[in-house]
Design a protein around this ligand. Structure first.
Ligand code: SAM
Length: 185
């Protein structure tokens, strides 16, 4: 999918998902199954204003990396100005291209993918591309952790991952579901 084509969808606020940054409760739920001691590469999809980014960096080992995909130019530039950290690999491109950027940066697999992409608002093909690229880029037993405001994308997520756990967080605006998906080869 061409970057310019995808960007045209941002004319619609639905592509951002919510204008309210995620709460600390949702942040905790999203990151509680991340083993920061072992993680060498974490990929974050759709950081927006960076609530998850900050917590990831607080816990990330000094020799590990965080690869960030943010397609929205405004969010991307603001975040890049605000958070300066040599462990970050910045990507102002679509979350469909994880494999391409892993290769470009000399990585084979990611340990975790932390995703805020509003999957249910995107065209089905883009959602499928993001899920299949995420799956193929994770190491065996790696985790794809995604929040959503509905269960509308459950079927597409179940189609891609063998093991999917869902938990609910009422303490967020709007309340959110967290999918923790494990890659089992
Ligand atoms: C709901 S916001 C999440 C913001 C933040 N992580 C939070 O939890 O508060 C979703 C983000 O995903 C980004 N996004 C949407 N589609 C994308 C894509 N295909 N590739 C990369 N980022 C995308 C949007 O620009 C937006 O920043």
């Amino acid at each position: 999918m061409k970057k310019s084509f995808l960007k045209s969808f941002f004319a619609d606020k639905k592509m951002v998902g919510s204008m309210t940054p995620s709460s600390k409760f949702l942040t905790q739920k999203m990151l509680k199954n991340v083993d920061f001691k072992k993680a060498k590469l974490i990929v974050e999809l759709g950081p927006g204003t960076g609530v998850f980014t900050e917590k990831i960096l607080e816990n990330l080992s000094s020799d590990a990396h965080l690869m960030i995909f943010e397609l929205n130019d405004g969010f991307f530039e603001n975040l890049q100005k605000r958070i300066v950290d040599p462990r970050i690999i910045w990507v102002n491109d679509s979350a469909e291209k994880i494999h391409e950027y892993l290769q470009k940066n000399g990585f084979l697999f990611a340990d975790y993918i932390i995703s805020s992409i509003p999957l249910a608002n995107l065209p089905k093909k883009i959602t499928e591309n993001i899920l299949s690229d995420s799956y193929s880029c994770l190491k065996n037993q790696g985790k794809f952790i995604q929040f959503q405001y509905s269960l509308l994308s459950k079927k597409l997520i179940d189609n891609q991952f063998q093991t999917v756990h869902i938990s609910f967080t009422p303490l967020n605006i709007p309340p959110a579901f967290v999918y923790t998906c494990i890659k089992e080869k």
